[in-house]
Ligand binder design. Sequence first.
Ligand code: SF4
Ligand code: MG
Length: 311
Amino acid sequence: LAELRGVSRLFPIPGRRGAVLRAVDGVDLAVRRGELVGLVGESGCGKSTVARIAAGLLPPSAGRVLIDGQDVAALPAAEGRAARLRVQMVFQNPHASLNPRFTVEEIVGEAVRYHRLVPRDALAEHVAAQLLRVGLDPALRRHHPHRFSGGQRQRIGIARALAVRPDLLVCDEPVTALDVSVRAGILNLFLDLRDRNGLAILFISHDLSVVGHICDRVVVMYLGRVVEEGPVDALFERPRHPYTQALLADSRSALPEGTVPVRGEAPSLAERPAGCPFHPRCPMARPDCRREVPALRGVGEGHRVACLLAG
Ligand code: SF4
Ligand code: MG
């Protein structure tokens, strides 16, 4: 359904003239129809940049974004717009992402009206249907966002994304800002939308345990690169990259046998280590890890890992 191919993104480093950091470095990522894919890594590893590129909110510096195999940037303007509507974003902070001056009806219907996706006289009904889909009472559509709780506001954000009939939702830490007590409800909503409507979801999180609950497949990023990807069962039962093992150990109360806690903070993207970017923190590092950049290699069905020790 959607694919990033060799996508990189550079940003200038503030205060360092001419210096750039590579927030995303040669990422390949595909999401199939109806698939729930988790993208995990520590903050600053480039996941939000990948999310914004996938959702068409940020152009890649290199590489391509394909929807149904077509390069979105190469499509004629109208078709490119239509292709981009098929991928919608749900943001982390439902307090900041909803305009407080608009009613729920205006917020959810805004893009639909702008792109004339339903006839004018059917708009109110369309908005009401989206609110029902996310478990909100359509009678509340004339209210402003401040009347709603954090969980309800995130549902409004999801209804807004659904209103343009996307095939893929890109959700950047959609439960991180929410009360623990309402997180499960939102996660179940994503599962429901996938099961009932065949929606694909790219679910970005720093929390591997949340991803493990709902995703079919997991992609792990470290310092702008994919270091491991695979079916959720394989990845949880037999994580192959020392970084994935460390993330798993962090997300579990007891350390599983043979896993290691991650050491120290991730280096800045601006100072990416040579060789394997994980080597300064890796408990298994060998001398050649400082020189050789490990490529992703297959270690099982759909399971790939970028570590010199794997395979
Ligand atoms: Fe660790 Fe070397 Fe594997 Fe990198 S390549 S994760 S440093 S063992
Ligand atoms: Mg982020």
